[in-house]
Design a protein around this ligand. Structure first.
Ligand SMILES: Nc1ncnc2c1ncn2[C@@H]1O[C@H](COP(=O)(O)OP(=O)(O)O)[C@@H](O)[C@H]1O
Ligand SMILES: [Mg+2]
Length: 243
């Protein structure tokens, strides 16, 4: 579904050039959920911007569903790091935003309900908890019924209970909606809970350092199991080696 072929990305040029991604290649199968981890500033957000067509590679190719990505696609949705809500719009209006930009009239009621936001449709972001705001951001993306869901640290800076609840919701929705997902996270346990495979990137410029298979992922019971804890340890070791 997603193919990244020898992609490099350099911001700017000349002496001020910042190489963000170098010779990166990987693919994600249809319906797969992949977690991406790597040191802060290594190029994770840049990778999502490339997949979403908001930034073009300096060299190499990004393909989605066999087509080179040349701009934002209707079937790809991005959840931003801070949910990206507009403070002057209600929960419903925020959740409808991506649909309306695509001139689509579908209802967001179902997805708001699935994310536990029924009854809050007329509230404004400032009236919500941070966890609810993040869920509105996820609802906005999933309202598109995307084939590909890209997420940039959607659970960062939440308390651990809220984070686990949203992780569980996301797992349920992934089973139900069967989207292909790329989840960027710096949370090792989150990567192991939600990634069928975990791509570990090097420090900037991002290259593929290691791919950790994680076939046990897929149920809430996985969290805390011996297999889960072993994967967490393995991933911690890989990341620790980088300093
Ligand atoms: N528009 C830009 N212009 C120049 N440098 C940028 C730009 N966006 C990001 N960078 C730099 O590229 C590197 C990777 O950034 P980013 O993809 O945001 O990393 P991450 O999400 O892994 O923290 C960082 O060093 C960052 O400062
Ligand atoms: Mg980032």
């Amino acid at each position: 579904m997603i193919e990244v072929r020898g992609v490099s990305l350099v911001y700017g040029s000349g002496p001020a050039a910042v190489p963000a991604i170098a010779e990166l290649s990987f693919s994600v199968e249809e319906g797969e959920m992949v977690a991406v981890v790597g040191p802060s500033g290594c190029g994770k957000t840049s990778l999502l911007l490339l997949l979403d067509g908001l930034v073009r590679p300096t060299s190499g190719q990004v393909l989605i569903a066999g087509e080179e990505v040349r701009g934002v696609r209707r079937d790809v949705a991005l959840v931003l790091q801070d949910a990206g809500l507009l403070p002057w719009k209600t929960v419903r209006q925020n959740a409808e935003l991506a649909l309306r930009i695509q001139k689509r009239r579908e209802s967001v009621d179902g997805i708001l309900a699935a994310l536990g936001l029924s009854g809050f449709e007329r509230r404004f972001p400032a009236e919500l908890s941070e966890g609810m705001r993040r869920r509105v951001g996820i609802a906005r993306a999933l309202a598109l019924r995307p084939r590909v869901l890209l997420m940039d640290e959607p659970m960062a800076n939440l308390d651990s209970l809220t984070r686990e609840r949203i992780q569980n919701l996301l797992l349920d929705l992934w089973w139900e909606m069967r989207f292909t997902a790329v989840l960027v996270t710096h949370d090792i346990e989150e990567a192991v809970f939600l990634g069928q495979r975990i791509l570990v990137l090097t420090p900037r410029p991002a290259r593929l350092r290691e791919v950790l298979e994680n076939p046990g992922m897929g149920s809430q019971e996985y969290r805390g199991s011996p297999d889960f804890l072993a994967r967490v340890r393995a991933l911690r070791r890989i990341l620790g080696e980088n300093g």
